[in-house]
Design a protein around this ligand. Structure first.
Ligand code: PHE
Length: 330
């Protein structure tokens, strides 16, 4: 028996102690074996042996319980040491993030048109020839297709060159009247100070009964919108051409850098071009099978707005992910 007292005292872990417990107190343990042997002992010795065995049993149990408490305390202390958190340690500072200036500008534009009850629509970045060109009065081999350097896939699929295909998708899937804007990424094969292969546009389309939408309506909302974005600027409409609008105009604001005096940014004209717009061409309505309606449409480049608002000189810097630059617009 002696060796079991020592074994219990010297057990170094709770799992070792548990092994010993089974070996001593278990059904097939030493105590059980001793009690079994007792049966074959001479009658007159039996009660003495039982007495001794029971004394051993309770003494061993006491040792066991004491060792168990000691080991539990030790293991808890070790665990606490290992998992301790040093609350006096300096933490690393985490910087607050912010919206990218392009997204922030996009949000502001969307906010304006949402307040005017324009619904926000999205289309597909991978488009087909019909939605991007054909239905917008740009038939195959039309010279105006050259205005938009297109990335083509196989089978007349392409990366949309503008958000105007969302006009077509919306009209094909809903009945008039329509009041929508379409913010999103567009793609052109172009790369210099003011062009990147991917940029963002916001398209606008309003369609109502024939004769109920005029150029004056278009002029009013765009002037109001541009003053909302740029403050107290002058706005002018210049006759222009887009295949999907007739008449068409480009819209300029007085230069936000030189207040119209003339500077490098506005090429000394005093004006900055910010928008394309016009009255929806009847051929577009024909393509989507709309009858007895009239409408206006406009499209703008979000990066251009962001550059003018934040006075950024190189468009490409908006896509370099340079934290130092982006932090300035937080
Ligand atoms: N889709 C034209 C472009 O990308 C912009 C535009 C949209 C012009 C709607 C007129 C009307 O240049």
């Amino acid at each position: 028996m002696k060796e079991w007292y020592n074994a219990i005292k010297e057990a170094q872990s709770l799992s070792k102690l548990e092994e010993i417990r089974i070996a001593v107190f278990g059904k097939k343990g030493v105590l059980a074996a001793e009690f079994a042997k007792m049966k074959s002992a001479p009658k007159e010795q039996k009660s003495q042996i039982a007495k001794e065995l029971n004394e051993h049993k309770s003494a061993l149990m006491n040792e066991f319980t004491a060792r168990k408490i000691t080991l539990q305390t030790l293991e808890l202390q070790e665990a606490m040491k290992a998992e301790a958190i040093d609350v006096s340690l300096y933490s690393t500072k985490s910087e607050a993030g912010a919206l990218h200036p392009v997204m922030e500008t996009m949000d502001r534009i969307v906010e304006y048109f949402s307040s005017m009850n324009f619904a926000v629509k999205t289309g597909n970045m991978v488009e087909d020839d019909f939605n991007n060109f054909e239905a917008l009065n740009l038939p195959k081999y039309h010279p105006a297709r050259d205005m938009q350097d297109t990335f083509y896939f196989k089978d007349e699929m392409l990366l949309r060159t503008h958000t105007s295909p969302v006009q077509i998708r919306t009209m094909m899937s809903t009945k008039p009247p329509i009041r929508m804007i379409a913010p999103g990424a567009v793609f052109r094969r172009d790369y210099d100070l003011t062009h990147t292969p991917m940029f963002h546009q916001i398209e606008g389309l309003l369609v109502d009964k024939e004769g109920e939408v005029s150029f004056a309506n278009l002029k009013y909302i765009l002037e109001d919108f541009l003053k909302y974005m740029f403050g107290d600027v002058d706005v002018r409409f210049r006759p222009s051409f887009f295949p999907f609008t007739e008449p068409s105009a480009e819209v300029d604001i007085s230069c936000v850098f030189c207040k119209g005096e003339g500077c490098r940014v506005c090429s000394h004209t005093g004006w900055l071009e910010v928008l394309g717009c016009g009255i929806v061409d009847p051929n577009v309505f024909k393509a989507v099978d709309y009858k007895d309606v009239s409408g206006y449409a406009f499209g703008l480049g979000v990066e251009r707005f962001a550059m003018l608002i934040h006075q950024i000189g190189d468009l490409r810097s908006l896509f370099e992910g340079d934290i130092k630059l982006l932090e300035q617009f937080r």
